[in-house]
Design a protein around this ligand. Structure first.
Ligand SMILES: Cc1cc2nc3c(=O)[nH]c(=O)nc-3n(C[C@H](O)[C@H](O)[C@H](O)COP(=O)(O)OP(=O)(O)OC[C@H]3O[C@@H](n4cnc5c(N)ncnc54)[C@H](O)[C@@H]3O)c2cc1C
Length: 396
């Protein structure tokens, strides 16, 4: 298997191509737009920077953000310094950087739309820009909604989020995230080198688009974001259910999927860039070793078991209650009054705290956190009742 065709030159396809070409594979990346401003926040957590340091070291314009603010549905705010920065790119810049690296490693990048893929013969046959192309293997990294292979199922409504937003030509230095009451999703403002990406994401089919647009426009007014020259965008984002993460077929005899196409997105935060890069990387490693069938297991060990866990708790986080208030509201309040909780959220933001060990850590710190919380709100701590908390009980 020496000739690989990659459909999609986003983070998953470009990084996969770079890794394969640097191991001597002949790689052609087809992308209908090549580097473009894909609707996105563009935020890379520290775990992405740690795995791919060139994302920080490269001289391309980017914003390094150290301050974040969480806002509850009732308007409570908590601002905190992150212990590890978030690096924010305009997507045209990020995709350009990744494609340049792929081409420098030996890939051919072709601006062309792939309209069909046939995997039944000895060679894969692709139609791209009206021409037939052949390869030994095809990587499908064409984003959230592609149905190029009939034998794979496209992500359905339950596995997707709707996003709407604006690119606003103004400068900021902090990340803002706002939760809404009884709402599976959130609003965000991400500062980039010379503009903001402001947006809203929500589970598909749960809220009419006009309502999302209204929330977005209210947010922009509340946060006093000047909208002169703002450009509207909307796009789809995978928000996979646990069973999709566990059961979806992402590899076959001569094909595999990576990135959004493989539903590699955090179902709570919507973070997809790190998972796109990592899945492209892991797929390339499996192909280099001649073991494409090992790819799903490696993906599972690296992160998809954690994403499956996240999918199981996502609804509770956005809609659940704790101590008589929404979990998201309590989270904002705890951030303001508990140093232990603040440390935990910092680690969640940097990506160094996974979901599966979060519950244990919450339990270990629960006593301290709750004590701090109760003290801040009521002035004194009912130590006896906190001592009675039983860590074997499920979390509220
Ligand atoms: C509004 C929004 C905000 C987001 N914010 C963040 C964030 O701040 N941080 C984060 O980590 N993630 C974020 N994400 C998720 C992130 O954008 C994706 O997870 C990531 O882009 C996935 O990379 P990918 O390479 O799999 O797919 P994409 O980046 O979607 O790349 C797919 C490529 O395939 C090409 N293509 C598609 N079909 C064809 C075809 N038939 N022929 C040829 N080319 C084709 C497209 O042109 C595109 O370049 C956000 C997503 C959205 C929608």
């Amino acid at each position: 298997m020496r000739e690989i065709a990659i459909v999609g030159g986003g983070p998953a396809g470009a990084l996969c191509g770079e890794r394969l070409a640097s191991h001597g594979f002949r790689v052609t990346i087809f992308d209908e737009r090549l580097a473009w401003e894909k609707p996105c926040g563009g935020g890379l957590t520290y775990k992405a920077i740690e795995a791919y340091p060139f994302l920080l070291d490269d001289s391309k314009p980017k914003k390094i953000v150290r301050t974040a603010e969480l806002i509850s549905g009732g308007g409570h705010r908590a601002r905190f310094e992150m212990n590890r920065p978030i690096v924010i790119y305009a997507r045209k810049v990020l995709n350009g950087l990744l494609l340049d690296r792929a081409v420098a490693a030996g890939c051919t990048a072709i601006r062309s739309r792939v309209t069909s893929v046939d995997i039944d013969g000895a060679k894969v046959r692709l139609m791209a820009g009206g021409e037939e192309r052949h390869s030994d293997f095809v990587v499908l990294a064409a984003g959230a909604r592609n149905q190029l292979l009939p034998e794979t199922t496209a992500l359905g409504t339950k596995d997707l989020e709707v996003t709407l937003g604006y690119f606003v030509p103004t400068e900021e230095d902090i990340i803002k995230v706002k939760f809404l009451k009884e709402f599976e999703g959130y609003l965000w403002s991400f500062p980039r080198a010379d503009h903001l990406s402001v947006g809203i994401c929500a589970k598909m089919g749960q809220n009419p688009t006009q309502q999302l647009r209204r929330h977005l426009d209210e947010f922009v007014v509340e946060e006093k974001i000047s909208m002169a020259g703002a450009k509207f965008y909307s796009h789809m984002l995978p928000s996979p259910q646990a069973q999709t993460i566990r059961g979806r077929r992402i590899v076959g005899r001569n094909w595999a999927m990576a990135g959004d196409a493989a539903a590699c997105v955090d179902p709570i935060t919507g973070e997809g860039l790190y998972y796109a890069l990592r899945s492209g990387d892991l797929l390339a490693q499996a192909l280099v070793e001649g073991q494409p069938q090992a790819y799903p297991e490696r993906l599972r060990a690296a992160f998809s078991a954690d994403l499956e866990f996240a999918a199981n708790i996502a609804r509770k986080i956005f809609r659940g209650n704790f101590l008589g208030g929404a979990i998201t509201t309590r989270m904002v309040q705890l951030l303001n009054c508990s140093p232990a909780f603040r440390d935990l959220i910092r680690d969640v933001f940097s990506g160094s705290q996974d979901y599966r060990t979060l519950k244990r850590r919450l339990w270990d710190q629960f006593g301290i956190t709750l004590l701090e919380f109760v003290r801040a709100f009521f002035g004194s701590a009912p130590a006896a009742s906190i001592a009675r908390l039983d860590p074997r009980e499920p979390l509220p």
